[in-house]
Design a binder for this molecule. Structure first.
Ligand code: DGI
Ligand code: FE
Ligand code: FE
Ligand code: FE
Length: 188
């Protein structure tokens, strides 16, 4: 699959605003891939597809998580906002024929992160947060750090996300903490 084919695949599945977000993530991921030496085509495809399951119903998302032995059922114990990520990867594999493990993992972990994220996983995780359409307090700081050091930017995103969740009295998926603990060791 090429980036343009990925764009066509999401067009009918996402409302206009989410479609534009996905194009923004794809373009940002391509830029980060060029800067940090990742596979540019994979970054563009994973960025385009990352939210493909965002508008599936909770019932469908839950059914997919239960059906697939390779998606941890512990997602169901946490926020339903997490569910579209692993289910999107399964959808990309089953319906779009994507078999590339790096693309599928980048999609699976784009929301929560995890420890030992590889280059493509970090790029998609970060691109989702800083694409040009995002506008929330602190995003410009992360954009600036992203231009300098990938791990520092991923760390900052995780720090802001965890603080945000705690302030809103929301649960934090364990892999998000694991990603934070991993990156805090790697920052400069
Ligand atoms: O799908 P997007 O809106 O583009 O972004 P996303 O997939 O990164 O979703 C982020 C949302 O998930 C954000 O509103 C925070 C929420 N969330 C809920 N629980 C957790 C969580 N995010 C992380 N990283 N970890 C959690 O435990
Ligand atoms: Fe998402
Ligand atoms: Fe995210
Ligand atoms: Fe997204």
């Amino acid at each position: 699959m090429r980036i343009e084919e990925a764009e066509e695949a999401i067009r009918s599945l996402l409302p206009e605003k989410r479609f534009r977000h996905s194009v923004g993530v794809s373009k940002t991921a391509v830029k980060l891939a060029k800067k940090y030496g990742a596979d540019v085509e994979k970054a563009g495809i994973a960025g385009m597809l990352h939210d493909i399951a965002k508008y599936f119903s909770d019932a469908d998302l839950e059914a997919a998580i239960r059906r697939r032995a390779d998606i941890s059922n512990d997602f169901l114990e946490y926020s339903d906002k997490l569910w579209h990520a692993p289910v999107g990867a399964v959808y990309a594999q089953e319906k779009l024929g994507i078999e590339d493990r790096e693309i599928l993992d980048a999609m699976t972990y784009h929301t929560t992160g995890r420890q030992n994220m590889n280059l493509l996983e970090k790029i998609i995780f970060l691109a989702d947060y800083i694409e040009p359409g995002r506008d929330f307090p602190g995003v410009d700081e992360v954009r600036e750090v992203a231009a300098e050091n990938l791990d520092n930017a991923v760390y900052l995103e995780l720090q802001k996300t965890v603080i945000h969740l705690l302030e809103k009295r929301q649960s934090v998926y364990p892999k998000t903490f694991e990603a934070y603990n991993d990156l805090v060791k790697k920052i400069q």
